[in-house]
Design a protein around this ligand. Structure first.
Ligand SMILES: O=P(O)(O)O[C@H]1O[C@H](CO)[C@@H](O)[C@H]1O
Ligand SMILES: Nc1nc2[nH]cnc2c(=O)[nH]1
Length: 274
């Protein structure tokens, strides 16, 4: 079967279980699964039940597709995402996003847990992603399959929608959230950054660093989706401090600080701007 045939089969299965349509998808990063608590009338399908879906193999990623209401708006939520370091090809990591586009998704909110490169950032801060730097050795559009979903060479001059960013900043103010802004640097991982790499990524212009998001945002832009990206800064990447890193701490901080992200995303999604 071709990639598109598999995507259509997965979409047909999902539709057979959940007939409700929704035009927005929220992808939840490490430790950010708590977002599903803001949903009303939620129904979910474990990824393992969906034909051709990958399965989450990382702690802090539940592995279920959820449909629920935020205010009066139905949305899809991926509670758990897929990473290149798990051994998936980048095209596989964006398979669920493409399946949801076949089900009518036009707007993507992507969240992640990231290390703070910007020295002004504090652990627990939210960072509105204004742009990204792609340090992956491959691309989610590599190969002929991708042209089934859009142009071969998509424009990336505004991968994170300006109107949505401005709305997020406005809503953050109303929630007294000190919303940082910056560039997300996407790297393969799973090893963490050396001090030299921290200096390198910072000199490249990165404000935060993580191991996801970029492949999804590239695929979303190719499909003409509107994208809002939010990072939870779960640890400080300090080029002189040798603070040890543990994924458990990332999940713990993300779970705690994810509450602010939940409130912000809920307010943004309840506001109709397009
Ligand atoms: O980007 P998300 O999925 O939030 O996960 C982040 O947390 C993990 C590292 O602790 C890595 O997977 C990194 O990408
Ligand atoms: N690459 C990378 N990913 C992260 N995800 C959460 N924190 C980090 C970090 O410090 N580096």
């Amino acid at each position: 079967m071709t990639y598109l045939e598999k995507a259509n089969a997965a979409a047909a299965y999902i539709q057979s279980q959940i007939s409700q349509q929704a035009d927005t998808l929220v992808i939840l990063g490490s430790g950010l699964g708590g977002f599903v608590e803001v949903l009303e009338e939620a129904v979910s399908i474990p990824y393992v039940q969906i034909p051709y879906f990958p399965v989450s193999t990382v702690a802090g990623h539940s592995g279920e597709l959820v449909l629920g209401k935020v205010g009066d708006k139905w949305i899809w939520v991926m509670n758990g995402r897929f990473h290149y370091y798990e051994g998936y090809e980048l095209g596989e990591t964006v398979f669920p996003l493409r399946v949801l586009s076949l089900l009518g998704v036009k707007n993507l909110v992507v969240s992640n847990a990231a290390g703070g490169l910007n020295p002004d950032f504090k652990v627990g801060d939210l960072m509105l992603i204004t742009d990204h730097i792609d340090k992956f050795p491959s691309n989610s559009l590599r190969g002929k399959d991708a042209t089934d979903f859009g142009v071969r060479f998509p424009d990336m001059s505004e991968p994170y929608d300006l109107a949505w960013r401005n709305l997020a900043k406005e809503k953050a103010k109303s929630l007294d959230i000190n919303l940082q802004e910056g560039t997300y640097t996407g790297v393969t991982g799973p090893s963490l950054e050396t001090k030299a790499e921290i200096r390198y990524y910072r000199n490249l212009g990165g404000d935060a660093v993580g191991m996801s998001t970029v492949p999804e945002v590239i695929a979303a832009n190719q499909m003409g989706m509107r994208v809002l990206g939010i990072s939870v800064i779960t640890n400080e990447c300090n080029p002189t401090d040798n603070k040890l890193f543990a994924h458990e701490d990332v999940v713990e901080v993300a779970t705690r600080s994810g509450k602010a992200m939940q409130e912000l995303v809920k307010l943004v999604l309840e506001t109709k701007i397009f």
